[in-house]
Design a binder for this molecule. Sequence first.
Ligand SMILES: CC(C)(COP(=O)(O)OP(=O)(O)OC[C@H]1O[C@@H](n2cnc3c(N)ncnc32)[C@H](O)[C@@H]1OP(=O)(O)O)[C@@H](O)C(=O)NCCC(=O)NCCS
Length: 254
Amino acid sequence: MSDQPSDVSVPHSVRGLSIVPDAWLATIMNRDVHRITGVWEEQEGITTLQELRQLTLRPGFAYAKIATQEVRTSHQLEECGFRIVDTALTLETPRLRHVGTAGPLVRLATSNDAPRVVDIARQSFRYSRFHVDPDIPLSLADEIKARWAGNFFSRQRGDYMVVAEHDGRVVGFLQLIAAAEQVLMIDLVAVLPDFRGLGLAAAMIGFASMTCGHPRMVRVGTQSANLPSLALYYKLGFQVVSSSHIFHHHGPSR
Ligand SMILES: CC(C)(COP(=O)(O)OP(=O)(O)OC[C@H]1O[C@@H](n2cnc3c(N)ncnc32)[C@H](O)[C@@H]1OP(=O)(O)O)[C@@H](O)C(=O)NCCC(=O)NCCS
């Protein structure tokens, strides 16, 4: 699952590093939010770094996802006061393993499922960059995930929503994005704690790979600390293809 439900708008500063407003997150966090993208380059001069430093002096929140090998960029962010909160892994598989077809009832969601899916999203996540950041209250982290899933039903995010039922009640969901080049991206996946280990997540991913378009590849992002999700993806045949450090910066309080 990619931790980036962001509004992708025109970069505030181009060249190596860019500072991009994130309107979606700003609304939920009730403060200015900026995303830092790109790679810092020696020859780019000091403009972007000065802008970054100015940004960190203002109230607000900023975040960056930097490829693990881009150590110079990470160091520049650290010098500006950014702190690492997570190492994100991207995994892919062209062919799923160990996906049973019989068993749990798995289907595409309808609009009637919206409240239940939002509720599951609000209760389920513990390892996201918002949940592990000690400067973000858990209730706010839960709300971000709840609205993220809710965005599917208001047609603002995602192309497919799969749900899993147990005894007639929806207990898990899988939100997906149909990306370029027939890549199906797992955007969010969660199963309520009491129903984990029953094969529901594996069944939903298997259902999606057969039902949601004709994907050439399934891709997912997760956190290196999220061992249950890594175990799930490894079991299904996913392999790590890239890693990034996630940085957060909280400006001074207003
Ligand atoms: C990750 C998550 C969706 C897995 O859902 P699940 O329905 O319990 O997973 P499944 O039962 O389909 O597990 C399939 C396989 O994954 C592995 N697995 C899943 N959870 C595991 C755990 N806690 N420990 C070890 N292996 C685990 C096992 O190999 C399992 O197969 P097996 O039981 O036959 O050995 C669930 O733990 C969850 O909702 N977590 C919170 C939300 C979250 O972090 N989502 C992922 C964000 S990227």
